[in-house]
Design a protein around this ligand. Structure first.
Ligand SMILES: [Mg+2]
Length: 390
């Protein structure tokens, strides 16, 4: 049987979270900004009502006020968005046991085995959209296709608050008329090269042989474009009983300058990963920290433990040492991610690892002291980032 992949992309996620929380904000132009009362504040997310005024991410607050004087400005609360994102993922797991979290507002569900429980793909998709909207107040767009990449492209066509399914076998009909930029991974530079060659649509890419694409774009990227343009996933997401990695990442709509703003978010991402790790009764031997800098250079830093672990107080010092390495490159930051890999099932007795909250806090507090000594006072704020939830 062919796989069926459902992609969920939350619409204007940060702005929607604020509108869901404050009923009086619904239906109004609203923007989430980095700083409300500073000329240096910029838009990190804008509601679709605000987009109608020509407001978009990255726009300075002053310009936003000029374009729409009655706009609602809300300061961004990224920890809250990470938290809501986690809740969304929990709810998505009701529709398939195989949920892959791609970013703070995007997930992929392999629904091949679960679709029959809902009657049809359409019914499953509508139920999922209604659940997120009626129970959480969050709009989203859903795409279904036989590959990850085509489901993502379906979502792009159906935005906002939409649903589009590409039936198996109809992928090429769907892809053929779309502009080359519809392929995730084809940016303005590649588009420009295509246009110089007289290639504007995905269907026209098929006229180029693999060898030609490799000659134009280099061997690796050329191969990717060859596959993508035909709707094939290049990275196969194999599903075995044992997940290969647990990961979370956030892309900032606006590059972040200060590590003191970034570090608490990184800790939250790590906590989300280690929480999932413990829920799955697993341990990890390796932690990876990923950073994409403003110049689009992506670096990963990793640390391997002598033996697998599931304790935050093992992961945190390791993560901080990786962050220190990432800081050495003095660029603004676009994206951060945390990944746990080399996973194994936990073999010790469960009473040992499901520590009480008190025991866990004690361990955490002890490790905070160690960190304070090692990294100085600037990491103290991390304690408050940790203390609030759970
Ligand atoms: Mg989105």
């Amino acid at each position: 049987m062919k796989s069926r992949i459902l992609h969920v992309d939350m619409d204007a996620f940060f702005a929607s979270v604020e509108q869901a929380e404050q009923v009086e904000f619904r239906g109004r132009p609203l923007v989430v900004v980095t700083k409300v009362n500073s000329p240096r504040g910029v838009v990190s997310s804008s509601s679709y009502e605000a987009r109608a005024y020509g407001i978009s991410a990255g726009m300075p607050v002053g310009e936003v006020r000029k374009k729409c004087p009655h706009v609602v400005l809300v300061p961004g609360d990224y920890e809250k968005y990470v938290h809501v994102s986690e809740q969304v993922v929990r709810r998505l797991e009701e529709f398939s046991p195989e949920v892959m979290v791609a970013s703070i507002d995007e997930s992929f569900l392999d629904i091949t085995g679960s679709v029959h429980l809902f009657g049809s793909e359409d019914k499953l998709a509508i139920k999922l959209k209604n659940m997120l909207w009626k129970e959480m107040g969050l709009p989203c767009t859903v795409g279904i296709a036989s590959t990850y990449i085509v489901s993502k492209m379906a979502v792009k066509q159906a935005k906002p608050d939409g649903y589009l399914s590409v039936p198996s076998g109809r992928e090429l009909d769907f892809l053929s008329p779309l502009p080359v930029r519809s392929i995730p991974g084809v940016g303005p530079k590649a588009e420009q090269i295509f246009n110089l060659l007289g290639v504007y649509t995905i269907g026209q890419i098929w006229q180029l042989s693999l060898e030609e694409l490799e000659k134009i774009f280099g061997q690796s990227y050329g191969f990717h474009i060859f596959q993508w343009s035909r709707g094939y996933d290049v990275e196969r997401f194999t599903h075995t009983d044992l997940p290969r990695v647990i990961s979370r990442e956030i892309t900032f709509d606006k590059d972040l300058v200060y590590w003191r703003d970034i570090v608490p978010l990184v800790v939250k991402l790590m906590e989300a990963c280690t929480y999932e790790l413990r829920q799955k009764k697993m341990e990890a031997r390796r932690i990876v920290f990923k950073v994409r800098y403003a110049d689009f250079i992506t670096k990963t830093f990793s640390y391997s433990f002598p033996r697998p672990t599931f304790f935050d107080n093992n992961f945190i010092p390791a993560l901080f040492s990786l962050v220190e390495k990432a800081k050495e490159r003095r660029y603004q930051v676009r994206l951060v991610g945390v990944m746990l890999s080399e996973l194994t099932w936990t073999v010790r007795q469960s009473s040992l690892f499901y520590l009480s909250r008190e025991e866990r806090m004690n361990r955490v507090l002890r490790s905070i002291d160690v960190l304070r000594n090692r990294y100085g006072f600037s990491y103290v704020h991390w304690a408050s980032a940790l203390g609030g939830e759970r």
